[in-house]
Ligand binder design. Structure first.
Ligand code: UTP
Ligand code: MG
Length: 510
């Protein structure tokens, strides 16, 4: 009786139309074209065969080794399920990185498979995926930072972003909701069946997902990503202080990048001038280490002007993100009213220390009306707030390049506050920082509102309005049926008022 492995490989040999001698009869290799491209696959196939390896044209149950380049194990499994109806997914098949094949070819024989060759896959679920129920509001479910479907969610988020650039909010939210459902799944989606019974997945999102599962990418996503409009809007809205409207107007006038703004002498407000001046730094992710360094500065500054104040790092860093686009802080004091007048003193202190490159402060304009909040409720909050750019000294890492065309001959530039300032160099970088001051009575709502993610917040407000007849924002929760404000001293109490299970910050990455 011919052993199973030998039988499998004999079947593949029949496919090997080349005249090369097959030296390793129990290894049948399939090279995945996905992400690698046809010409590289053809080159590796020829080379492998010339060295005596058995390389099959198609993926059949006879294959013992699947090699690919730039794919995750989950992506390869998804591809295999879609192209072999699950037949090739036996436990004995090896899913390997291309480095296993190149090392084997260099050695002239199949090298022993090591951990670094193996593609990692998510653990298989014991229960069928269809038995998992996913609640339809993002605030009803847990969404961790690291999830199993990044290859799908990144694509959907490109389409969401592109819809935002066209000010099509409905379309953008639809794509974000779809992506958010996939982020909450405890498994990697491999076939369309895995999406059965899931909420919020519109027809368009499903079409995109199907294309990616079958072909490795979506034509619509790739053409959007590469379009001149998407790239220019991304670059222009990447300037601090520039919104979609201005970016779109500039795009229509033929401008494509922040350098074009300078070249054509566009009239820029103070925020935008700072945005252009520190463009490269502000588009470089802020690390957790840098966020902690800023936290120490803010703590020192706040303690100097209002001892006993409480400072919370909010935003993405509170949700456990390793990097962010800015650093968000919420400041309060146990004694209601003690926080009044804090911001100007804080800004003064920071300015005196030379720590602020730009700042704009807005005053607190929140007033609680006896008859409940105005309708429709305001999503923008009205806290005293300082939008700023910090100058952060760096001990080791360099700060990176800056917009060279923006600097003058002496390497200096007219600062936004009228002074002549050095450009970011190897010793410091510019970092966006948001400082928000809240009275203690609103602190729980402000903490919840400023922790995000944006979609999680949007879903909390939608849940409150549509399911509970309540109105929620970063200042308060109002029960329209009872016609009264519901007070809370902690985020847990707010979730309880809303009839929701408490979701900790690390699971609010919707
Ligand atoms: P960010 O825009 O800073 O997002 O807003 P993020 O989640 O920290 O992610 P990064 O910075 O891109 O890494 C933080 C939270 O603050 C709320 C938003 O809802 C968001 O969830 N926020 C932001 C407001 O409530 N009002 C604002 O004007 C801005
Ligand atoms: Mg942030």
């Amino acid at each position: 009786m011919v052993p199973l492995k030998r039988r499998r490989v004999t079947a593949v040999q029949a496919e090997n139309r080349d005249t090369h001698v097959c030296k390793f009869s129990d290894v049948a290799i399939f090279i995945l074209e996905r992400k690698m491209g046809a010409s590289r696959k053809a080159f590796l196939t020829r080379l492998g065969r010339s060295k005596g390896f058995l390389i099959a044209e198609s993926c059949s149950p006879s294959i013992t080794h699947v090699v690919s380049e730039g794919n995750t194990g989950d992506e390869v499994q998804a591809w295999l399920s879609n192209h072999t109806e699950g037949k090739a997914l036996t436990d004995s098949i090896h899913l390997l990185d291309i480095n296993w094949l190149t090392e084997s070819m260099a050695e002239g024989r199949p090298v022993a498979i090591q951990d670094r060759h193996r593609l990692k896959t998510s653990p298989k679920l014991s229960a069928s995926t269809s038995t998992i129920t996913v609640k339809s509001y993002a605030c009803q479910r847990r969404t961790p930072l690291k999830h199993h479907n990044a290859f799908l969610t990144e694509a959907l988020e490109i389409l969401a972003e592109s819809a935002e650039f066209s000010e099509n909010e409905g379309r953008s939210v639809a794509f974000r909701r779809s992506a958010s459902v996939l982020k909450a799944l405890p498994y990697a989606v491999r076939r369309m069946d895995d999406l059965k019974n899931l909420p919020c997945l519109g027809e368009h999102s499903q079409r995109v997902i199907k294309e990616i599962l079958e072909d490795g990418s979506s034509g619509e996503v790739e053409s959007t990503r590469q379009s001149e409009q998407y790239q220019a809007m991304k670059a222009l809205t990447g300037v601090f202080g520039v919104g979609v409207r201005s970016a779109d107007r500039w795009f229509r006038e033929g401008l494509r990048s922040p350098l074009d703004l300078i070249r054509t002498g566009q009239k820029l407000n103070h925020a935008q001038q700072a945005g252009v001046q520190y463009y490269n730094d502000l588009n470089r992710p802020v690390t957790k280490k840098e966020a902690l360094a800023i936290s120490h500065i803010v703590e020192k500054a706040v303690n100097a002007v209002l001892p006993g104040a409480i400072i919370t790092l909010t935003g993405g860093f509170r949700r456990g993100k390793e990097v962010g686009h800015d650093v968000d802080f919420l400041i309060t004091h146990l004694e209601e009213g003690a926080e009044e007048g804090l911001m100007p003193k804080l800004v003064n202190w920071l300015e005196e220390q030379g720590l602020l490159l730009y700042q704009k402060t807005t005053r607190n304009s929140y007033l609680e009306s006896k008859d409940g909040p105005a309708r429709p409720p305001h999503n923008m909050d009205r806290f005293e707030r300082c939008f700023s750019i910090f100058r952060l000294e760096q001990t080791t890492e360099g700060s990176g390049a800056f917009l060279e065309a923006a600097s003058n001959d002496t390497g200096t530039m007219e600062g936004v506050n009228g002074r002549t300032e050095q450009q970011p160099g190897p010793t410091w970088r510019a970092v966006r920082v948001d400082l928000v001051v809240s009275p203690y009575s609103q602190f729980a709502f402000a903490t919840l509102g400023w922790t995000g993610s944006k979609l999680f917040e949007r879903e909390l407000r939608r849940w409150a309005g549509q399911e509970k007849g309540m109105s929620l924002n970063s200042h308060m929760l109002y029960d329209s049926k009872q016609q009264r404000y519901l007070r809370a001293n902690s985020e847990e109490e707010i979730f309880a008022h809303l009839g929701l299970e408490y979701i900790p910050p690390c699971d609010r990455n919707a």
